[in-house]
Design a protein around this ligand. Structure first.
Ligand SMILES: Cc1ncc(COP(=O)(O)OP(=O)(O)O)c(N)n1
Ligand SMILES: Cc1ncsc1CCOP(=O)(O)O
Ligand SMILES: [Mg+2]
Length: 212
């Protein structure tokens, strides 16, 4: 099963992206989503090839944001697609069954659609306000997660759900109680001055109830 913590990269330049990704891996993150917006395909592919190699060294999974062809060209472990990106079924046709395809949802109806099309996990959010992304969908809060995850339970939809958007250490216990599987974060890790300690604390909370 997938790691419960996904780090979504940040940085306006390839150098900053690489620095942040390296730091996250050094701190113990085992799953990186490369999110490098407003860049040419060439710039993104140069970065993606380097990040793929680094992730291999750290035995971390590597997926790319938005771009199925970039994922295919770099033999990434997968891709994360939003509601306005390529369809999940279209991506599956290109990437095949073995690659990870994550899908964004903001409502239960989104989850119905994305799971029907065969996504491997759902990124459900935003949980709360965040400066990391522009044009946020409506904020869900704990009540939103509880309601949506309850509907998933009733419909027996077992696809793992990752909470996303402004998540901090303090939110994890209550989010887990709603039934989420993991979290996807950017800001708290990028900004932390004690990344290793933070990643340990996040994992301690995320894996608290897992019986080994
Ligand atoms: C794990 C995860 N969940 C949601 C998103 C958001 O994807 P999207 O809606 O396509 O927005 P952008 O990230 O492309 O701005 C995500 N990236 N990862
Ligand atoms: C990509 C994305 N999609 C919804 S919120 C978000 C940003 C998550 O970053 P942060 O953890 O810094 O709020
Ligand atoms: Mg997107």
């Amino acid at each position: 099963m997938y790691n419960k913590l996904q780090y979504i990269s940040q940085g306006e330049t390839a150098e900053k992206q690489l620095y942040n990704i390296h730091q996250a891996l050094d701190a113990g993150c085992k799953w990186i989503q490369m999110r490098f917006k407003n860049q040419t395909f060439e710039n993104r592919i140069i970065l993606a090839e380097t990040v793929k190699n680094i992730c291999e060294e750290y035995q971390a999974d590597f997926i790319v944001n938005d771009d199925v062809l970039l994922a295919q060209k770099t033999a990434a472990d997968g891709v994360h697609l939003g509601l306005t990106d390529m369809s999940i079924s279209g991506a599956r046709a290109i990437l095949g069954e073995k690659k990870i395809i994550g899908a964004t949802a903001n409502t239960f109806e989104d989850i119905l659609l994305q799971t029907k099309n065969g996504c491997d996990y759902i990124g459900l959010g935003p949980f709360q306000f965040t400066e990391t992304k522009e044009k946020l969908s409506p904020i869900l809060g704990i009540e939103g997660y509880a309601s949506i995850l309850n509907k998933m339970k009733i419909e027996n939809i077992l696809t793992p759900v990752y909470a996303i958007g402004g998540i901090t250490l303090e939110n994890i216990e209550s989010l887990i109680k709603t039934g989420i599987y993991g979290i996807a974060v950017s800001g708290i890790i990028t900004k932390s001055l004690e990344k290793e300690k933070l990643v340990q604390q996040l994992n301690d909370k995320l894996y608290a109830d897992v019986i080994i």
